[in-house]
Ligand binder design. Structure first.
Ligand code: IPD
Ligand code: CA
Ligand code: CA
Ligand code: CA
Length: 270
């Protein structure tokens, strides 16, 4: 068994265990929901319980590896070339409202490059996995991106960062612009599932800003292994720390990138 396969299998074990915890708390949170500081930026006991089990499993198997987890921050030796980027509950707002669209996302970066990714949606029991050279799967069956090649025949998905209320750089203009140019733009509330849906061809492209590495580490390798393309908005290499990402089926990549770079001010559409 290659190392990547081993990493993938242990990440899968962790994601399945965490997903079972999320399912267990769903609809039973009562007062166990708090704000992290910014309005609308929630955290629940489920986020924390999910993260705890993921950390236990990964640290037991890979005690030398470094970790970046949404609720615990940086853990372990940050100099280590292996970094696990963990989102224990991607889609917390959905989850807190019992809107059933959320996931566990676990990505492994080696020297800063995403190599292994697992995204698990426990409500719909969909397990997305990928590793460099190992392909991309949904419930262990190979997946690939869509073949839509024209923006006006495409469906896209995006998201909005929690600081959207305080910043003018907030994705509203892009959302409006692309809504007019495509068959629709969805806002699902789970960045990792947005990328999983690009990977399995349910949407043709995804863009977002204000993201964190744990939102997209797993999704990047999933989209790439499913035949898609992942870059910055301007088609240069994606920088996971920048928080901005463009992930598509590859066919609409250049046209979506061009539109993102020439978005008119919002008022011109109204
Ligand atoms: C959020 C979700 C959402 C995206 C936000 C993320 P969280 O993650 O992925 O879709 O639009 O930018 O912060 O807080 O639910 O893990
Ligand atoms: Ca997230
Ligand atoms: Ca989260
Ligand atoms: Ca969060």
């Amino acid at each position: 068994m290659t190392n990547l396969q081993l990493f993938l299998d242990i990440a899968t074990e962790a994601a399945l265990a965490a997903g079972a915890i999320l399912q267990g708390y769903l609809g039973k949170l009562e007062d166990a929901i708090t704000e992290k500081g910014r309005p609308g930026d929630l955290v629940t006991v489920a986020d924390k319980a999910s993260e705890k089990v993921i950390l236990e499993i990964l640290r037991r198997h890979f005690p030398q590896h470094s970790i970046l987890a949404e609720e615990s921050g940086k853990l372990g030796n940050q100099e280590n070339e292996y970094l696990w980027a963990i989102d224990p509950l991607d889609g917390t707002t959905n989850y807190a409202h019992q809107y059933p669209f959320f996931a566990v996302s676990i990505g492994l970066l080696i020297n800063g490059v995403p190599k292994v990714g697992v995204i698990y949606d426990p409500y719909h029991n969909e397990l997305f996995r990928a590793g460099t050279g190992l392909g991309a799967t949904r419930n262990r069956q190979p997946i690939k991106v869509s073949e839509t090649s024209e923006l006006n025949k495409s469906i896209l998905v995006t998201g909005f960062a929690y600081d959207r209320r305080e910043t003018s750089d907030n994705n509203y203009a892009e959302f409006s612009h692309l809504t007019h140019l495509t068959q629709g733009v969805r806002r699902s509330g789970s960045a990792s599932l947005d990328m999983a849906y690009v990977a399995c061809g349910r949407v043709d492209g995804y863009w977002e800003r204000g993201l964190s590495p744990w939102d997209i580490a797993a999704g990047i390798i999933l989209v790439q292994e499913a035949g898609g393309k992942v870059t910055a908005y301007d088609r240069t290499s994606v920088k996971i720390e920048s928080g901005r990402i463009l992930a598509t089926n590859s066919y609409i990549h250049d046209s979506l990138s061009s539109e993102l770079l020439r978005v008119p001010p919002l008022s011109s559409w109204v």
